[in-house]
Design a protein around this ligand. Structure first.
Ligand SMILES: Cc1cc2nc3c(=O)[nH]c(=O)nc-3n(C[C@H](O)[C@H](O)[C@H](O)COP(=O)(O)O)c2cc1C
Length: 350
C-alpha cells in the first residue's frame, strides 16, 4: 500500500531522503549467478550525478554505490540486493528558511496534507535524490537485459522550447545534454544560460528508444507493457506526460496512416511504438516523456506559510535549471525495470 515498491517478478523498494544519511534500493527477484559488481551500478549513477551539465545543480555528491547484500564472489545469489549510497554533501540548513513555507511547484503542500508532517530538508523523499535508488536498480536490470541483447537509450529532443530536428544517436554522448542534434545543442546552451541569468528554469522532452525487445512482453489487461511503462515514467518527479509511438499525434491521423502495415519482412512503419494490445511486437519501443521546468526558481513568487498567511518566496540553493539531462538516465532505468520485470514474467509462463 505505501507505494515505495515497484515491479512484480523483479521488485524494487527505494528508501531514503535528500538530506538524510543516505538513499538506496532493495532489489528482490534478481536471478542467481548473474555477474554483478559495484562498477556496473557506478557507471549509471555517474550519469545521474549532479555537475554533469550546465543545467545541473552544484551539489557535489560522489554517489558511490555500496552493495550490502545479495552478491557473493561477484555473482548474484538470488537473495535481496541492497544498494546503499551515502549522502556526502547534504546541507539541510539551506532549507531552514523554507521550513514554514510551501514552495510552489513542489510537494510540500501535498506531503503535509497527506502525512501531517513533512521533511523540509530539500523535499525529503519527494526530492529527485530518491532517483539514485531507481538508477541503481535499473543498472542491475540493465545487466540482465544486456544478456538478452536489449539496449535502452534516452536522449533529449527538446529543451527550453528548442527542438532537436536530427536523430544522430552517435552524437548523444558527445554533448552535455545528450541531444542527437548538434545544431540544437548550441541553441540549448544559449537558452539555458539566458534563463539561468534570469533566475528561471526550463523543461523539455526526453525520447527513449529500446531496441531488441523480444515479442510477447506485457500482460493483458491491466499490466499491459505500455501501461506499466507509463506508470514507471510518470512516477519520476517533474514528468508530466508520457506518449508511446505516434502518441498525441495519433488522433490527428487517419487509420490508414496510423496502422503499421505488416510484410513478411516486418512492419513497414512504427506508429505503434513497438507495442500492440499491450504486448511488445518485436519492433523498437519508442517513448517520449514531457518534463516540466524545475520548480525551485530565484524569481519571487506568491505562496503561503503554515498558518495560511500570504508570503513571497524565492528559492535559493543548489538547484538544476532543468531536470534534463540528469533525468535521462532515470528514464532509462525505469524502462529497464519494466522490461526486466516483464521478461522474467514471460519466462515464467514459457
Ligand atoms: C533528475 C531530476 C532532477 C531534479 N532537480 C531538481 C532541482 O534541482 N530542484 C527542484 O526544485 N526540483 C528538481 N526536480 C524536480 C522535483 O523533484 C519535482 O518537480 C518536485 O518534486 C514536484 O514533483 P512533480 O513535479 O512530479 O509534481 C528534479 C527532478 C528530477 C527527476
Amino acid at each position: 500500500m505505501p507505494g515505495n515498491s515497484f515491479g512484480q517478478a523483479f521488485k524494487i523498494t527505494t528508501w531514503g531522503e535528500s538530506h538524510g544519511p543516505g538513499v538506496g534500493v532493495v532489489v528482490d527477484g534478481c536471478p542467481p549467478q548473474i555477474p554483478l559488481g559495484a562498477e556496473d551500478i557506478q557507471a549509471m549513477l555517474d550519469r545521474r550525478r549532479p555537475g554533469s551539465s550546465p543545467a545541473s545543480t552544484s551539489r557535489k555528491e560522489p554517489d558511490r554505490a555500496v552493495i550490502m547484500s545479495g552478491v557473493f564472489q561477484g555473482q548474484t545469489t538470488g537473495t535481496p540486493i541492497l544498494i546503499m549510497v551515502y549522502n556526502k554533501d547534504a546541507d539541510p540548513q539551506a532549507y531552514a528558511p523554507y521550513a514554514d513555507l510551501f514552495r510552489p511547484g513542489h510537494g510540500d503542500i501535498t506531503y503535509l496534507a497527506k502525512y501531517g508532517i513533512r521533511d523540509w530538508r530539500g523535499g525529503g523523499r519527494s526530492s529527485a535524490r530518491e532517483t539514485v535508488g531507481r538508477v541503481a536498480a535499473g543498472a542491475v536490470a540493465r545487466v540482465l537485459l544486456e544478456r538478452e541483447k536489449v539496449t535502452i537509450r534516452a536522449y533529449t529532443i527538446e529543451l527550453g522550447g528548442i527542438k532537436a530536428i536530427e536523430r544522430r544517436l552517435e552524437v548523444i554522448d558527445r554533448n552535455r545534454f545528450y541531444c542527437p542534434d548538434p545544431e540544437a545543442v548550441k541553441k540549448m546552451e544559449q537558452r539555458v544560460r539566458t534563463v539561468k541569468r534570469k533566475g528561471d528554469s526550463v523543461g523539455g522532452i526526453v525520447e527513449i528508444l529500446a531496441k531488441g525487445v523480444p515479442k510477447g512482453l506485457g500482460e493483458p489487461v491491466f499490466d499491459k507493457l505500455d501501461a506499466d511503462l507509463a506508470k514507471a515514467l510518470m512516477g519520476i518527479g517533474a514528468v508530466k506526460g508520457v506518449e508511446i509511438g505516434s502518441g498525441f499525434d495519433a488522433p490527428g491521423k487517419l487509420g490508414s496512416e496510423n496502422n503499421d502495415p505488416i510484410t513478411p519482412a516486418g512492419f513497414l512503419t512504427n506508429n505503434a511504438g513497438g507495442i500492440l494490445a499491450g504486448i511488445s511486437n518485436g519492433d523498437d519501443i519508442i517513448i517520449r516523456v514531457a518534463v516540466k521546468p524545475i520548480p525551485s526558481i530565484l524569481i519571487e513568487q506568491q505562496t503561503i506559510d503554515l498558518n495560511g498567511n500570504p508570503k513571497t518566496i524565492s528559492t535559493r540553493g543548489r538547484h538544476d535549471i532543468a531536470a534534463i539531462p540528469r533525468i535521462n538516465v532515470v528514464c532509462e532505468a525505469m524502462v529497464s525495470l519494466v522490461l526486466t520485470d516483464h521478461l522474467l514474467r514471460q519466462k515464467a509462463i514459457q
